[in-house]
Design a protein around this ligand. Structure first.
Ligand code: CA
Length: 227
């Protein structure tokens, strides 16, 4: 593969053994890999350069991974997979809340991390190619991560946006709760499909209810469709 065609991954990890291992594995898979052992330096690197994905440990010197992510998200949407310690559920939740695309709990299986890296780099590439999606007065830009109705910005959380985006990518096609769960919440989500209904309600309260329309339809026994 041509050097310029390689996807660029930034590994932020202060445990040299782990970062060295990740670098070797990633390079073996055909990625270009940069390594950073310090939070502040990682944030600088992530802002200065457009990485295709960042693997971000939470426990880091000078600036922790959560803070790196928070500051990064104010500026850009580079896909981020956070690495959390097994006993730090709070890091996982906080990380996802402030815009991590996925997380892995240490110790992790390298195959699983590689699978997630493939998934998220591919998703990002697809989104960049899609451009704005329009359905009536509703417009969704994956690149800018902005949704508008009749020109008014709709204030959405990350998950709400992901859900709306997926519905828009499949507009006029009925998608099942299981499909939505897989695509929006990820293949590792073990919770109930009720979470989909809850988030559809959130979306309706921010779009349908506000503009008095019925964009997101429930198809009994089948799922949801936007049209
Ligand atoms: Ca660490």
């Amino acid at each position: 593969m041509n050097e310029a065609d390689k996807k660029n991954i930034l590994v932020v990890e202060d445990e040299a053994q782990i970062s060295r291992f990740l670098q070797l594995e990633l390079e073996h898979e055909g990625y270009a890999c940069s390594v950073c052992a310090d939070g502040r330096a990682a944030l600088d690197a992530a802002l200065a350069q457009d990485f295709d994905l960042i693997v971000l440990d939470v426990m880091l010197p000078s600036l922790n991974g959560i803070e790196v992510l928070r500051r990064l998200r104010q500026v850009k949407q580079t896909p981020v997979i956070i690495l959390t310690a097994r006993d730090q559920v709070v890091d996982k939740v906080t990380g996802l809340d402030i815009g991590a695309n996925d997380y892995m709990t240490k110790p992790f299986a390298i195959e699983e991390l590689l699978a997630r890296i493939r998934l998220h780099t591919k998703r990002a590439a697809t989104q960049a190619a899609v451009g704005d999606m329009v359905c009536g007065k509703l417009s969704v830009s994956s690149a800018a991560r902005i949704a508008t109705y009749d020109g008014h910005a709709i204030d959405l959380t990350k998950k709400e946006f992901d859900l709306l985006e997926y519905l828009m990518q499949n507009r006029n096609i009925v998608v099942s709760r299981e499909q939505l769960l897989d695509s929006v919440w990820g293949f590792d989500f073990y919770g109930s499909t009720n979470v989909v209904d809850v988030y559809v309600r959130y979306l309706r309260s921010k779009i349908d209810d506000v503009y008095n329309v019925n964009l997101i339809e429930t198809v009994r026994g089948a799922g949801y469709v936007i049209r």
